[in-house]
Design a protein around this ligand. Structure first.
Ligand code: GDP
Ligand code: MG
Length: 163
């Protein structure tokens, strides 16, 4: 069985950058503007002899200011349904936001395996980052840098450990 890792999180946290690193493909657009990646992007990856499928959710990128919470809930449900493992990405540069908390709640309640990836962590103090994001109730954060690759292998190893 090829497990499906689904990357979720609010806009601009680095989901597509992580997707590119996990798939080594150019299929997912990486851009500074939030909201560019609207649809899902699927890619194949492999860690050693373990293949996996990875999904970049255009994710929690509401089209309108009204109904943001409802929109996020709908998108979260779709993401959860596809996932063997959810990879919830947050941004250590902007810190914890209220949107992160809403998403964390939806993901936690799904009961699916969930890993918290604290991205943009290059050059940051791991202990400080961990303490801040622990509050999300999604377990100990994996501090990573999708742009530079730090911590990404360890994250995937954790995600694939049960498979
Ligand atoms: P998405 O909206 O969640 O898909 O985020 P993107 O992957 O498009 O990235 C948003 C911005 O964050 C881009 O400018 C990326 O270059 C930047 N970014 C992504 N990962 C990292 C990282 O590990 N470190 C830093 N410093 N910037 C990053
Ligand atoms: Mg994106």
């Amino acid at each position: 069985m090829k497990p499906t890792l689904v990357i979720v999180g609010r806009p601009n946290v680095g989901k597509s950058t992580l997707f590119n690193r996990l798939t080594r493909s150019r299929d997912a657009l990486v851009a500074d503007q939030p909201g560019l990646t609207r649809d899902r992007h699927y890619g194949h990856g492999r860690l050693g002899n373990k293949p996996y499928l990875v999904v970049d959710t255009g994710g929690f990128e509401p089209q309108a200011k009204e109904g943001i919470v409802k929109e996020m809930a709908l998108q979260a449900e779709a993401a959860i349904a596809e996932a063997d493992v959810l990879i919830f990405v947050v941004d250590v540069r902007t810190g914890l936001t209220s949107q992160d908390k809403v998403i964390a709640d939806l993901l936690r309640r799904s009961g699916r395996p969930l890993l918290l990836a604290a991205n943009k962590g290059e050059g940051m103090d791991r202990a400080v980052v961990s303490a801040e994001f622990y509050e999300l109730g999604c377990g100990a954060p994996c501090v990573i840098s999708s742009a530079h690759g730090e911590g990404v292998r360890e994250l995937v190893e954790l995600a694939l450990a049960p498979f």
